[in-house]
Design a protein around this ligand. Structure first.
Ligand code: FE2
Ligand code: FE2
Length: 147
């Protein structure tokens, strides 16, 4: 699985975060294939927690600044991701509390599926739509040079 330019949305700060997420997915897949995911899943969940907080806040600020008409729908998808992420995290905590890491394989595979779906459903479609709006806006007003 390699970064596909079709996944680029065309706003640099968004793309660089998305690439970071992509890299993390690759690390997780590698660990699953190497049967070392029980050592990796902790790092992935921790990464996702910070990532979701910071990345979603950035996109939501862009939307607010520009008066993006689909702000509410887009933000609702972010919230949904955070809810799914919370389930993954509590599963990990359960596994850690039990001291039995047998469940970490299943959790790693589920996490991978969630992230790949997110890449294809949210980033490639919903984020792309936002990025297009932002770029059009920059062209029109030439004001959002900080993007
Ligand atoms: Fe995004
Ligand atoms: Fe988004």
């Amino acid at each position: 699985m390699e970064w596909d330019e079709n996944l680029s949305v065309g706003v640099e700060s968004m793309d660089s975060d998305h690439k970071e997420l992509f890299k993390k997915i690759k690390e997780l897949v590698y660990a699953i294939n190497q049967h070392t995911c029980k050592y990796k899943i902790d790092d992935v969940i921790k990464f996702l927690e910070d990532y979701a907080k910071n990345h979603f806040a950035m996109e939501e600020n862009f939307m607010k600044e520009c008066g993006y008409p689909e702000y509410r729908q887009h933000k609702a998808e972010h919230r949904k991701f955070i809810a799914t992420f919370s389930e993954l995290k509590s599963e990990l905590l359960k596994i850690k509390a039990s001291g039995k890491y047998d469940g970490s394989y299943e959790l790693s595979v589920t996490t991978d599926q969630v992230l790949v779906d997110w890449l294809l459903d949210h980033i490639a479609k919903v984020d792309r739509k936002l990025a297009k709006f932002l770029n059009d806006r920059v062209r029109k007003t030439n004001r959002l040079t900080s993007l």
